[in-house]
Design a protein. Structure first.
Length: 235
């Protein structure tokens, strides 16, 4: 859902100078290879992800892509972009206010008339998930439970209070996609942890069979993803 959603929010709008905040690198590569945007500045604080992406872009020699190892907090206030996207990222930003501060910073970097596109996981209630490993190599400290912060799973209220309020306005549009039967994703996640990466070989089939779009968060029975668009008014 996340790539097609973000693509639909950016295609055909003539965005020139764009910022990709730590999204899977294939998305920006797609946008540039299709000529949908003029130039993408990609940032990522994960040293392993940064090194891998740098190597791929060097080998493919796709023009109009600039990559930098950095977090959104490190960008200067004078920078501005016509479009910014962050696909399945803000939920992983550590700190009590980490996601709110990051989204507020992204919106502040938009030029007038610009667009911010976000995707993130949602469930029936807001929760924080921790893991034994520092998944993204960003130096997350140990929590009280001896684990490290991994991600937030949002509900409608936390999206409004943590993200929309950080921007200062409701999203221009909001899209919902999730499991048809509650518990489907949790069972899949347990199989993945137990059996390894091979479980993902049938992801496309399973998503087509077991997931669908919904008209609202209230309609969703369980785990899913949300796509948000925030437009910055022209001055």
């Amino acid at each position: 859902m996340e790539f097609p959603f973000a693509l639909s929010c950016l295609r055909g709008l003539g965005f020139r100078r764009c910022l990709d905040v730590s999204s899977p690198f294939l998305f920006s590569l797609l946008l540039r290879s299709k000529g949908i945007v003029d130039h993408v500045y990609m940032i990522n604080p994960d040293p392993h992800d940064f090194a891998f992406t740098t190597e791929i872009l060097s080998r493919l020699q796709v023009k109009g892509l600039t990559i930098k190892r950095a977090s959104i907090e490190e960008l200067g206030e004078s920078d501005s972009y016509d479009a910014i996207w962050s696909i399945s990222v803000v939920e992983h930003i550590a700190g009590e206010m980490g996601d709110r501060e990051a989204v507020a910073k992204m919106f502040s970097l938009l030029s007038p008339g610009g667009r911010l596109v976000l995707t993130l996981p949602v469930g029936r209630e807001y929760c924080i998930q921790n893991r034994p490993e520092d998944i993204y190599n960003t130096g997350n400290p140990l929590c009280e439970d001896g684990l490290r912060f991994f991600q937030r799973v949002y509900d409608a209220r936390s999206i409004r209070e943590r993200l929309a309020n950080a921007v200062g306005r409701p999203p221009t549009s909001c899209h919902w996609f999730g499991e048809k039967l509650s518990g489907t994703y949790t069972a899949y996640e347990k199989r993945w942890i137990r059996d390894g990466l091979g479980v993902t070989a049938t992801d496309s089939w399973r998503i087509a069979r077991d997931y669908q779009e919904y008209g609202s968060w209230e309609d969703m029975p369980g785990i899913g993803a949300c796509g948000l668009v925030f437009d910055k008014r022209k001055e």
